[in-house]
Write a protein that binds this ligand. Structure first.
Ligand code: SAM
Ligand code: SF4
Length: 349
């Protein structure tokens, strides 16, 4: 585990990226995990992500087509990418998403395909997504309280989200996780009810510490509800949480079993327990920019390469050199931290 030290800035050691072998950076971190954002639009407006009004969205003509995404993915798989997550913005706003899932599911080489959604449109999409081959869903739910849902998302859609979750269970999804963003002064009262809701449905919940990726720059360290505090709250309610034995060191969530053995809970503690030194992720934004970190201040524009006759070798070089530039980690805990110029919805969470 890393402590709250400042992580080192980008590494420039004068060497060029290797031309073969796994996708490594200068710290020998092997990258096999890819997040693909399929849109930067969203149908709700969580205050820790989107602005209340307006916001700049990429024109549809500049969003990667499914063909371009598949072209990128086939090169990425040849370089060792094995896990893919589709995200956004809200990915279900692309109505043909099941077609993309079908193509991805039929592509050899991947061991894991997952989708992150706010579930507002899941009631009608769950069955087509399952039929397309999707088996893993992360559903975003911060509260079971209608008023607080409205306060957080500036929309009155809690009932649709809950219906979407039941529809996913009915459609056959058995690997569902809930994502709950934890914000001091807002969601303390939701920690226990959400845990109970998830346990009752055999779903794992992950509490995510609020990160400085919101469009309105409302983040401050004081507003982060810390993993340790939530562990204490849940232990007081359900009995002492037990750290899972032999955790995967590359997984972002620290996981715990409930004292009675009924279920598991995770914490994505990017602020209080940064996991950068085990990071294996790359991100492709909806407008075709490749990023080595959520917080990166640079990115590689691949859209023109993907849309043109660029060779696989050119794409491969662009991907390898982006990974090679990866820094040691974000510097949220440093006084010199500067938020990236894109908020979460525009990067893809
Ligand atoms: N719209 C989908 C959703 O909400 O699940 C997918 C995209 S959203 C950007 C992905 C995840 O990012 C969400 O599940 C939410 O929990 C998380 N998220 C958004 N803004 C965040 C922030 N400022 N800090 C921590 N997590 C955040
Ligand atoms: Fe939309 Fe997801 Fe951002 Fe909320 S977190 S505004 S649902 S993209």
């Amino acid at each position: 585990m890393q402590d709250l030290v400042q992580l080192a800035p980008p590494l420039s050691n004068g060497q060029v990226a290797p031309e073969s072998g796994p996708l490594v950076d200068t710290l020998d971190r092997i990258h096999d995990n890819l997040r693909i954002s399929v849109t930067d639009r969203c149908n709700i407006r969580c205050f820790y992500c989107m602005p209340e009004q307006g916001g700049e969205f990429t024109p549809v003509s500049k969003i990667l087509t499914f063909g371009e995404i598949m072209r990128f993915l086939s090169v990425a798989i040849s370089l060792g990418i094995r896990k893919v997550r589709l995200t956004g913005g809200e990915p279900l706003l692309r109505p043909a998403l099941p077609d993309l899932i079908t193509q991805i599911s039929e592509t050899p080489g991947l061991t894991d395909v997952a989708l992150t959604t706010n579930a507002v449109l899941l009631a009608r999409m769950a069955k087509p997504l399952y039929a397309a081959g999707l088996r893993r869903l992360n559903i975003h739910l911060d509260t079971l309280d209608r008023e607080r849902f409205r306060q957080i998302t500036r929309r009155d859609d809690l009932a649709r989200v809950l219906t979407g979750i039941e529809a996913a269970l009915d459609a056959g999804f058995r690997s569902i996780k809930l994502n709950a963003v934890a914000i001091r002064g807002v969601t303390e009262a939701d920690v226990v009810p959400l845990a109970r809701f998830a346990r009752d449905r055999n779903i794992e919940i992950r509490y995510i510490e609020f990160m400085p990726l919101d469009a309105q720059h409302l983040w401050s360290r004081e507003r982060v509800l810390l993993a340790d505090e939530m562990i204490e709250t849940l232990s007081a309610e359900f009995g002492p949480l037990k750290a899972v034995p032999d955790p995967d060191p590359r997984a972002p969530a620290t996981e715990y079993d409930y004292a009675d053995g009924r279920g598991r809970v995770g914490f994505i503690a990017s602020v209080s327990r940064p996991f950068c030194l085990n990071c294996n992720r790359l991100r492709l934004t909806a407008d075709g920019k490749l990023r080595y970190c959520l917080f990166a201040r640079e990115e590689t524009d691949l859209r023109a390469l993907l849309a043109s006759e660029a060779s696989e070798t050119e794409l491969e070089r662009a991907i390898r050199s982006t990974v090679w530039k990866k820094w040691a980690g974000h510097q949220i805990n440093s006084p010199s931290f500067a938020a990236p110029n894109r908020p979460m919805y525009s990067i893809g969470g």
